[in-house]
Design a protein around this ligand. Structure first.
Ligand code: ROI
Length: 161
C-alpha cells in the first residue's frame, strides 16, 4: 500500500458540490481507501483575477494503484465532473485533482511530476496539507511545517465563512 496526498480545487458550478462528489468518487476507487480529508478552504485565484474564488482541500489516501493508474483515475473523475482541458491553464475549472505526493517517490515524466510542481509555495495546498499531516517531511527532506511558516496566507479562509 502506498500513501498519497491529493489536492482538490474547484471554482465553478457549485464548488462545494464538486468537492463532495469528487470525494465520493475517490472513495469508490479500486484498491484505494480515503484516510483523511482536510477542512475546505476558500482561496483567492492564483492567475487571472477575473474568476471566482476557489475551494481547495487535500485528501489523504492509501492505494495499490500505481502513480500513472491513479492519475488516469483522477482524470476520469475530473472529466465526469465536466472538466474541460484546453487553453485554460490559468483559468476557472469545475474540478482539479492533482497528486501532490506518492510515498517518497520523485517522478518526472511527460504526464506526471511528483511532488507536484508548485506545492511548496501555494498556501491553498500547504495549509490544508498541514491540517492532516503536520509532521510531514517531503522527499527532499523539507519539513512541511517550515514551508507553511514561510508561506503567506494570502487571504485563505475556511470555506464556510
Ligand atoms: N488558484 C487557487 N486559489 N486555487 C487553485 O486550486 C488554483 N488552481 C489553478 C490555478 C488556475 C493556477 N489557480 C488556482 O490551476
Amino acid at each position: 500500500m502506498s500513501t498519497c496526498y491529493i489536492a482538490l480545487g474547484s471554482n465553478l458550478e457549485d464548488p462545494l458540490a464538486q468537492a463532495n462528489r469528487a470525494i465520493a468518487a475517490l472513495k469508490q476507487l479500486p484498491n484505494t481507501t480515503v484516510l483523511d480529508i482536510s477542512p475546505f478552504y476558500r482561496s483567492k485565484p492564483l492567475g487571472p483575477q477575473d474568476q471566482n474564488d476557489y475551494l481547495n482541500a487535500v485528501i489523504k489516501l492509501t492505494t495499490n494503484l500505481s502513480p500513472i493508474v491513479l492519475l488516469d483515475e483522477l482524470q476520469t473523475i475530473e472529466k465526469a465532473q465536466g472538466r474541460v482541458r484546453k487553453d485554460n491553464r490559468w483559468g476557472a475549472r469545475t474540478l482539479d485533482l492533482d497528486i501532490l505526493l506518492y510515498d517518497d517517490l520523485v517522478i518526472q515524466s511527460e504526464r506526471l511530476t511528483i511532488p507536484h510542481y508548485h506545492m511548496k509555495n501555494r498556501e491553498f495546498v500547504l495549509y490544508p496539507l498541514f491540517d492532516i499531516a503536520p509532521n510531514l517531511i517531503l522527499p527532499d527532506n523539507d519539513k512541511l511545517k517550515d514551508l507553511v511558516a514561510k508561506c503567506p496566507k494570502n487571504d485563505l479562509k475556511m470555506w464556510n465563512i
